[in-house]
Ligand binder design. Structure first.
Ligand SMILES: [Zn+2]
Ligand SMILES: [Zn+2]
Length: 397
């Protein structure tokens, strides 16, 4: 099967480059992927898939029936949105849309999804189970996966595969990770309410700025003293505002931030923990506070059996030297995590590093990919799908 997959992938390679360059030149922001969705739907229809548009607002779902020898239903998820960045690569197929760029490689993800659909549709008679391709919008604003599941995109699904490009892995390689791949992401808003007064007479006022400073350091110190250091926790207050003039004591300070954690049990306690520390400090100095702790995304926890399948597929397809075991998770967030509430899944990293020249990070205006990685992604994904059906058929559940 691997040889057949490789052969078809090689045949469609020029078309995939064309698709990727088209997508790259026409990026669309999160939630506005109208042209991209129409284009994706067109390619999927031409491969004979059953296509539904408008799933999860601007998302697209394509379904491929297998030969019916397995009841299993596998989902393959790719994301389609771009970023508000002015491209500075100078490539001939650079973004034609001012201020919008595929700087996170979602053009490559979409192309890999389409390429996998092309390959699997040509092998449909030999494909045991069904495959649902999820082309989701709005990953960058952590909304698209929620929109997709709200529209039933995960109904009936047994397992899900996903991928993300990674510039520090060279093209031709794939990175796999067992367990946590990305962090849970929550939002935090703190409003400290003191009492205004004259800057020369602090004892007659309640200084919200000074109390905010205590809260900021208090939270960071509490992380180092009250949390298990083996369970990562990052709390970043990225925005702070308060005060009017140099000689007026500020009555209110507002701070907003992001909280990242890896272990579900750590995350569980974070709203109470934050409240205890912030309220404790505010109370000590006579201020009132309002705390809003919003859970945004869980952590991507890769299922070990599915990860093993992807690892095996990648080793057979690319050779052991081209499969990298990722030894550290990222504290970045990824809304693939949302799907994992509905089925087990795994997400791998696709190496896209250029063989020559500087590799810029994701979200950089000069971010580039080595396009040979598209075939690596398609072959790994398509073969993983086959191994999933094969393996799951032979293992009693
Ligand atoms: Zn991104
Ligand atoms: Zn991304």
């Amino acid at each position: 099967m691997l040889e057949k997959i490789k052969q078809i992938a090689a045949e469609i390679a020029p078309r995939l480059i064309e698709i990727r360059r088209h997508l790259h030149a026409h990026p669309e922001l999160s939630g506005q992927e109208y042209q991209t969705a129409a284009y994706v739907a067109g390619v999927l229809s031409s491969c004979g898939l059953t296509v539904k548009e408008g799933v999860g607002k601007t998302g697209v779902v394509g379904e491929l029936k297998g030969n019916g020898t397995s009841d299993l239903f596998l989902a393959i998820r790719t994301d389609m949105d771009a970023l508000p960045i002015q491209e500075a690569t100078g490539l001939e197929f650079a973004s034609k849309i001012p201020g919008v760029m595929h700087a996170c490689g979602h053009d490559v993800h979409t192309t890999v999804g389409l390429g996998t659909a092309m390959v699997l549709s040509r092998l449909q008679d030999q494909l045991p189970g069904r495959v649902r391709f999820l082309f989701q919008p709005a990953e960058e604003i952590a909304q698209g996966a929620l929109w997709m599941v709200a529209d039933g995109a995960m109904e009936g699904i047994d397992a899900i595969f996903g991928l993300h490009v990674f510039p520090t892995l060279p093209a031709g390689t794939v990175g796999v990770r067992y367990g946590a791949l990305t962090a849970a992401m929550d939002d935090l808003e703190i409003i400290i309410q003191g009492e205004a007064g004259h800057g020369a007479r602090p004892h007659q006022a309640i200084d919200a700025i000074w109390i905010a400073a205590q809260v900021i350091t208090g939270l960071q110190q509490a992380i180092s003293r009250t949390h298990n250091p083996l369970h990562p926790l990052v709390l970043t207050l990225g925005q702070i505002s308060g005060g009017h003039a140099p000689n007026i004591i500020a009555e209110q300070v507002k701070m907003v931030g992001t909280v990242r954690s890896l272990h579900p049990e750590v995350r569980e306690n974070l709203p109470d923990w934050t409240r205890r520390i912030v309220e404790g400090i505010c109370q000590t100095y006579g201020a009132r506070c309002e705390i809003k702790y919003n859970r945004r995304l869980p952590s991507v926890q890769n299922d070990w059996r599915l990860t093993k399948i992807v690892e095996r597929a990648a080793i057979e397809a690319l050779g052991e030297q081209n499969v990298i075991l990722i030894n550290e998770p990222s504290l970045g967030a990824e809304d693939f995590a949302v799907y994992l509430d509905y089925a087990r899944g795994t997400m791998f990293r696709l190496g896209i590093g250029l063989k020559e020249g500087k590799n810029y990070p994701l979200h950089h205006p000069r971010f580039q990919v080595d396009e040979s990685s598209i075939l690596t992604g398609v072959i790994t994904m398509a073969y993983s799908a086959f191994l999933y059906f094969e393996q799951s058929a032979s293992t009693p559940t």
